[in-house]
Write a protein that binds this ligand. Sequence first.
Ligand SMILES: Nc1ncnc2c1ncn2[C@@H]1O[C@H](COP(=O)(O)OP(=O)(O)OP(=O)(O)O)[C@@H](O)[C@H]1O
Length: 289
Amino acid sequence: MLEWFIPPVLVTAAALVPNKRLTKWEFNKKHLYNGSWLVPIGKKRKVMYHNFEHYPHLLIGGTTRFGKTVALKGIFASLLLSNSKHVRLIILDLKGGLEFSKYQNLPQVLTVASDLLEACKALDYVYKLIKAEEERYRQNGWTNISETPIKERTFIIVDESAELSPKLVNKEFKKYAELAQIYLGEIARIGGGLGYRLIMATQYPTREAVPMQVKMNMVARLAFRIADGTGSRVILDETGAEELEPVPGRAIYKLAQSHEIQCPYISDKMIGGYLDEIREDRRDIIDHR
Ligand SMILES: Nc1ncnc2c1ncn2[C@@H]1O[C@H](COP(=O)(O)OP(=O)(O)OP(=O)(O)O)[C@@H](O)[C@H]1O
């Protein structure tokens, strides 16, 4: 029943665009599948899942305050709760580390980078891991992680990819941003088959913030409300996100088809509660650092 409760903060939006579908629904661990890489991405009558085994990378875009960071936190919590023993997380929290640095002591979180230089270092680390994995795959005759006994998956979460754009950073940081672009391109191109998953979010749906060599390897897209059709095309390759109702959490999730969904709401307090639960189970968690 709670799913149909419209909080006061949304009443204004509801008045602007009367719509019976207006909902807010809360993240709940009962929606998770233990041991899987399925993440509840939103609801369209039923809960829809993003399967990171089928679609390793996810591009997220949308105007400020419509739910990108909340969506990233929902994915983060889902991965930790469903697969706490096998998930590894590298987080580029380029909003100054304000959102994710509180989670950096979790054993599953390898690093939280909060500026361009730290991000470059983290991406360099991931790139070296991928190169070493490639060699291991060659030696074993493997072509894809699905053929291997490897259970670990490494997620690289980027909150505000525009901060890594050579065209958008100050001149003295340009070379670092260029390097970051090369790494991101390689992670998107070859990382997927080796168990590396890139989740990249931006509030600037432009070619500078979402470079083509990264985007073309990211099949799955999630667009919150975007100012115009041009921005929508950058994220979704089609218009539509500019016509979404101005409701936080409302988004278009696109694989082969587009679906209008309401993303789950999760707060830091809720994540904190869940983490207390998994801390009980810490003895089983391998510290990867
Ligand atoms: N799925 C959701 N359901 C209901 N409300 C939401 C949802 N996602 C976000 N909100 C509301 O919108 C606010 C802004 O969300 P969020 O911080 O994720 O936006 P953002 O797109 O990351 O913004 P910015 O680009 O400025 O960082 C949240 O504090 C919350 O109140």
